[in-house]
Design a protein around this ligand. Sequence first.
Ligand SMILES: *[C@@H]1O[C@H](CO)[C@@H](O)[C@H](O)[C@H]1NC(C)=O
Ligand SMILES: [Ca+2]
Length: 230
Amino acid sequence: MTTVLVLLGVLLHLTCFCEGGLTDKGLLFPKPSANSYVKFNPLKSLSLEAFTLCMRLSVDPNVVSKGNRDTILFAYCTKEGDELNVWQEKSNISLYLRSSSEGALYAVPPLSIFRTNLCVTWESSTGLTAFWVDGRRSTLQVYRQNHKVQPGGAVILGQDPDSLLGGFDEDQSFVGEISDVNMWDYVLTGGQVKQFNEKLGLGPEPNVLNWNTMQYEVHGNVLVVPEKYK
Ligand SMILES: *[C@@H]1O[C@H](CO)[C@@H](O)[C@H](O)[C@H]1NC(C)=O
Ligand SMILES: [Ca+2]
């Protein structure tokens, strides 16, 4: 009995420490869960006074748009707490820097079963923040002027950590597919964002997170989607 339980425990915690990037691949989170996530190893620490974060997302709207559910799209958290989080909250997509209550909320169209190119840009000097949805820019907001994103945390997809790599909540988990997560430590121009979206990979080389060279760890029930579904 003990052996069976131990074996089960091992199987449930299967972890892949993968190298070599995710070029043309995706990550599928098939079901809500409180233990499935992917951790990324950034190319440099997230000590940031500006950034552009892009990803390509499709969701299961039956889950993600249910009731009062908020769904995490990107989480970077340190020992001190949330540092940089992107959410879909009902009718808004939102960016939170060092806060879980005061965010920059945007009434951009909610994500759907079809893949959407989503980017968010922010810079400390002006506080200017915008979301880009399939190459179209939202209105600008001023958010967290003179703030700095702190290094030393963990970048994860699929879960919202309430502690460094734990405190996961199934009702906030991501359900759907994510690919092409790329991050730069500066604000790309509109033309560069569009170029990157339309011809993925063209445009300036991402220098914080680079999907094509990403070192990543898969935990729990997450499928790496093969290239042919690109
Ligand atoms: C969306 O964001 C606005 C603020 O921009 C807020 O007033 C509204 O309550 C939000 N809607 C939801 C459903 O959270
Ligand atoms: Ca949470």
